[in-house]
Design a protein around this ligand. Structure first.
Ligand code: SF4
Length: 361
């Protein structure tokens, strides 16, 4: 593995950045000070989501909540609703919590150290470093997937991810300059996104090509290496589609903690690995004495760590009475609730079945 220092990389990379930087909606123009609120908001949105997707969400949020105080004062449901489509709702919930925490600080100012930022909800190692570097132009090691790839290639690091992460981080720290650390972080991100791309890196137009060890060895495209992935487990559960006489469907809010915490759902059983016990299908029904029938087919959805298969049970003319905790909502008004993608799939499946010949078995 080749070692580098900041003096070797930073001048070339910063000169390239000054000419080729991406014009992104959350980025300050050259010479303008960065706004910590915009930097933080964009970094939370960009976690596990592409730049192209985030653009319109970022503009929408900023229009509606132009300051951290405005976001802190917003209703959580409004925030969750505006977040729909960005996935990982825990992030939206933490975003709102974090806005409240910052709004409670003197001058509603974001902290300018990694340690203080990490103490806020939803801010991990990466986001704290990104905010410190980009918003406050202070030296911090900002390592995302793009940076890992660039660093692994520059140093021809052949050990596989994820085990090699600490080594790549140490290498990235060595490269980070004291001067313009914010621009350096963004330059590394831009280089990874536009030049040192996962497939077919454009080494011919890379400002670091003369010093890149992977390029010299002809192994750039194969880096970083990854350990083979384990197969995802399959979890199974049952969703209950309860329809009232007027066509309204029962929705309820999921528990605050855990996956899709606080989001609305079609009431469902816990999702567990192993086979669904057909005998116990109704154990978690939101209304015990309705005429539950099994709908044909399954709803499948893949989360980061597991695949989910949901069986759907449906009941018509369910009486609206105590015991069915939740809200009754006509399908036309589902859009008013922050339904996660998997629940939208359940709704689509149940509505298709209801409109098709195979209604209830
Ligand atoms: Fe990436 Fe090629 Fe540049 Fe090396 S020379 S950093 S592999 S684009």
């Amino acid at each position: 593995m080749r070692q580098f220092d900041a003096l070797e990389i930073a001048p070339e990379l910063l000169a390239w950045y000054d000419r080729h930087r991406r014009d992104l909606p959350w980025r300050a123009k050259p010479g303008e000070p960065a706004d910590p609120y915009r930097v933080w908001l964009s970094e939370i949105m960009l976690q596990q989501t592409t730049v192209a997707t985030v653009g319109s969400y970022f503009r929408g949020f900023l229009e509606r909540w132009p300051t951290v105080d405005a976001l802190a004062a917003a209703d959580l449901d409004e925030v969750l609703h505006a977040w729909q489509g960005l996935g990982y709702y825990a992030r939206a919930r933490n975003l709102h919590k974090c806005a409240k925490a910052v709004a409670a600080l003197p001058g509603s100012r974001f902290p300018d150290t990694e340690e203080a930022l990490r103490a806020l909800p939803g801010i991990g190692v990466y986001t704290a470093a990104a905010v410190v570097a980009i918003a406050f132009d202070r030296r911090a090691t900002v390592v995302d997937g793009n940076v890992e790839r660039v660093v692994a290639r520059l140093g021809a690091v052949e050990a596989p991810l994820p085990k090699v992460k600490p080594e790549l981080r140490a290498l990235a720290a060595d490269l980070t300059p004291d001067r313009r650390p914010g621009d350096f972080a963004q330059a590394m991100m831009d280089l990874g996104a536009t030049v040192c791309t996962p497939r077919s890196p454009h080494c011919d137009r890379c400002p670091l090509s003369d010093i890149c060890a992977a390029r010299a060895a002809g192994i750039a495209e194969s880096l970083p290496r990854r350990a083979p992935k384990k197969a995802k487990p399959v979890r199974r559960g049952v969703a209950f589609w309860a329809v009232r006489g007027d066509g309204a469907v029962l929705l309820r809010r999921r528990a605050e903690e855990g996956l899709l915490g606080g989001m609305m759902e079609v009431p469902s059983s816990p999702w567990r690995e192993g086979h669904t016990d057909n005998g116990g299908l109704l154990d978690h029904a939101p209304v015990a004495d309705a005429d539950w029938r099994l709908l044909p087919g399954l709803v499948s959805h893949t989360f980061t760590h597991f695949h989910l298969e949901l069986t759907v049970m449906a009941a018509r003319d369910v009486e609206d009475r105590a015991g069915a905790a939740g809200v009754w909502c006509l399908p036309d008004a589902f859009g008013e609730y922050a339904l996660p993608t998997v629940m939208k799939k359940v709704c689509r499946h149940a509505l298709d079945q209801a409109n098709g010949p195979g209604l209830l078995l």
